[in-house]
Design a protein around this ligand. Sequence first.
Ligand SMILES: C[S@@+](CC[C@H](N)C(=O)[O-])C[C@H]1O[C@@H](n2cnc3c(N)ncnc32)[C@H](O)[C@@H]1O
Length: 297
Amino acid sequence: MLHFPVLLEESVEFLITNPDGNYIDCTFGRGGHSQRILKKISSQAKLTSFDKDAEAYKFAQQFKASNFSINHESFNCLSKHFDESSIDGILYDLGTCSTHLDNGERGFSFMRNGPLDMRFNTKKGQPLSDWINTAPFEEILNVLYEYGDEKHAKLISNAIIDHREKQKILTTFDLANIIEDCYPGKRKKIHPATKSFQAFRIFINNELNEITESLNQAKKLLKKNGIIVVISFHSLEDNLVKSYFKSHKVEYPKDIPINSIENQEFKCIAKKIRASKDEVSINPRSRSAIMRVFKKL
Ligand SMILES: C[S@@+](CC[C@H](N)C(=O)[O-])C[C@H]1O[C@@H](n2cnc3c(N)ncnc32)[C@H](O)[C@@H]1O
């Protein structure tokens, strides 16, 4: 299946404030947002996209516009490429593409069998199978609690340890079956491995740290009135983004009479924007998308 870009019109509408400006798409994927940005900007403007996934990078080679370039890198190295106060808008459309989930070989989905990998960049770090067959019980437990909010984290961690003592966990179905077999209660609509797979993906790709590192750079690269648009797909990402911009208030001593809005480096100009019913009916994945937009003051 193709990847349907989520909140496409809404995000690009917020992002582009100057058709001749300089823009960054941090998460190229299959280029849905990049393509729309290129349609809206002039030939003098520039779009630089990033993706740490080799397939996304390869896909981007079809984009021939002279004002477009793609980097096969994580979005946590933005500052290597741009000067401070040089960018008009930065877009993040976080998480996985449908193409990751549909390809069993990438090891992202409990619905498709394949090697238990789950890395966006398969040349860096370790596949999930290496970690899950060696990590101590407490580490597995923490990942499931912290990144999956999984209430049966203990049961699952124990089942993983028991299983790997007899046989290595090598495929997505190995892991999904271990979780399904130990999960208490009646099987509900949502697969019992949903939260665990999310947790392991976030951990193995160091996702939350890379978002924070990238935002630290993005806020310096933006010009005054520059825009950051973030589309998140779960509450961990969304809470991180929300609290990141809250925590960047400039603190003035109490006796200086400046009101709280003037104290902020960023103003939130749109919060908790969700996909329309029409969009959700065409693309069910958009149901969990939440968009926030911030303007540099
Ligand atoms: C939801 S998809 C983006 C879809 C894209 N907006 C489109 O319309 O086709 C997210 C993409 O971000 C990439 N990604 C995830 N973490 C990344 C990171 N730290 N740096 C760069 N790319 C990342 C993934 O490989 C994936 O292709």
